[in-house]
Design a protein around this ligand. Structure first.
Ligand SMILES: NC(=O)c1ccc[n+]([C@@H]2O[C@H](COP(=O)([O-])OP(=O)(O)OC[C@H]3O[C@@H](n4cnc5c(N)ncnc54)[C@H](O)[C@@H]3O)[C@@H](O)[C@H]2O)c1
Ligand SMILES: [Zn+2]
Ligand SMILES: [Zn+2]
Length: 331
């Protein structure tokens, strides 16, 4: 059994590890197929998340096959499953309202507790979701980052023709564009990287693009902030039409300035949005099941696990969108 391992920031290695011997009643053993490298894995690698714990096994975006099920696990060997990126307690006031995404006791795989980038993992079955058999591995692996957008876009009022600006065309921004395009929204994308905007426009030739420095007085019904960069967040507020909404996805530690006058006078609604619930995950799989739903521009490349160093290096350049590790050659 092989696992990726971060002794401390910047020190990522692949090592042999002893597999867990016996499963607890509710646990499931999963053999990995794919692992998607996420922005949060890169932040843990760089050491920029203050609450991250080291040493640590990174990773949370995984697809695998069940190989053993504990007594109470609902999964049969052979079932393909994906995982939640964090745990939740099921008992706090938020979990009891179904908002497991803001659970007060949640732990994040690969950040505060050991992650899932290993050829074989043992995990509480509660945090697994089965995958429909007709879905290709290359689409399924995008479920987790896509569910972020399924959850987020429901927060504002978006329908056919709604003008929406997506700020930042990385993995999350592009997945937002995928869903907005499917919904028939009137989309404008912003990014400092013209290749990323080109990718966004590949979803539909009607999509407009705007370099952040080209913005004059353009405003939109809804703005999705998916850059996670101070300048972008500050600009995003100003792009919202009076009476409109800003959905914030970006996660940064820096303080950003809040244009109170604009927000108050123009009655801007701000929706913070963090990950998703199981329902969002299931809805995400529903969209992915439709062959008309295009997500192919989001996946940059799939690389064998042995090339993990290059995969992380490439991901850190910011020139790629989703890079996926193939764990199947490591077993
Ligand atoms: N809220 C959630 O549940 C959730 C889930 C996943 C990721 N995130 C966060 O969302 C953000 C985006 O994630 P990602 O994985 O797509 O990141 P990413 O790095 O792949 O994409 C960010 C994009 O923003 C662009 N950008 C940089 N500066 C910009 C600027 N000034 N104006 C416009 N665009 C700019 C970059 O060129 C890049 O294309 C991150 O902050 C991440 O932590 C949030
Ligand atoms: Zn992720
Ligand atoms: Zn809880």
């Amino acid at each position: 059994m092989f696992e990726l391992y971060l002794e401390k920031p910047e020190q990522l290695n692949l090592r042999e590890a002893a597999p867990v011997q016996t499963l607890k009643k509710n646990e499931t053993r999963v053999r990995l197929i794919y692992g998607g490298i996420c922005g949060s894995d890169l932040k843990v690698f760089r050491g920029t998340i203050p609450y991250a714990k080291y040493p640590c096994r990174p990773g949370h975006e995984i697809l695998g096959t069940v190989i053993e099920a504990g007594e109470m696990s609902p999964y049969k060997p052979g079932t393909r499953v994906i995982s939640f990126p964090n745990t939740y307690c099921g008992k706090c006031e938020f979990c009891l309202q179904g908002k497991t995404n803001i659970c007060s006791g949640k732990q994040s795989f690969g950040v505060t507790i050991n992650g899932l980038f290993a050829s074989e993992i043992v995990i509480d079955s509660e945090f697994l979701v089965p995958v429909p058999s007709e879905l290709a591995n290359e689409r399924v692996i995008l479920t987790e980052p896509f569910a972020v957008n399924v959850h987020a876009l429901k927060r504002a009022n978006i329908s056919k023709g709604t003008s929406v600006a997506v700020v930042g065309c990385g993995t999350e921004g592009l997945l937002s564009v995928a869903l907005l395009d499917y919904m028939g929204a009137d989309i404008t994308v912003l990014d400092i990287n013209s290749d990323k905007m080109e990718k966004a426009r590949s979803f539909n030739k009607t999509i407009k693009s705007l370099h952040p420095e080209e913005v004059q007085d353009q405003v939109f019904d809804v703005v999705v902030e998916a850059a996670g960069v101070k300048d972008a967040i500050e600009q995003a507020f100003l792009l919202v039409k009076p009476g409109g909404a800003l959905i914030t996805l970006g996660i940064i530690n820096d303080a950003v300035s809040f244009p109170s006058l604009h927000v108050t006078r123009s009655e801007i609604t701000i929706y913070g949005s963090i990950i998703y619930t199981k329902k969002d995950f299931e809805e995400a799989l529903g969209f992915l099941k439709d062959p008309e739903f295009n997500v192919s521009p989001v996946l940059s490349k799939i690389v064998p696990l042995k090339d993990y160093k290059k995969a992380f290096e490439d991901a850190l350049t910011g020139n790629f969108t989703k890079i996926v590790l193939d764990f199947r050659d490591s077993q």
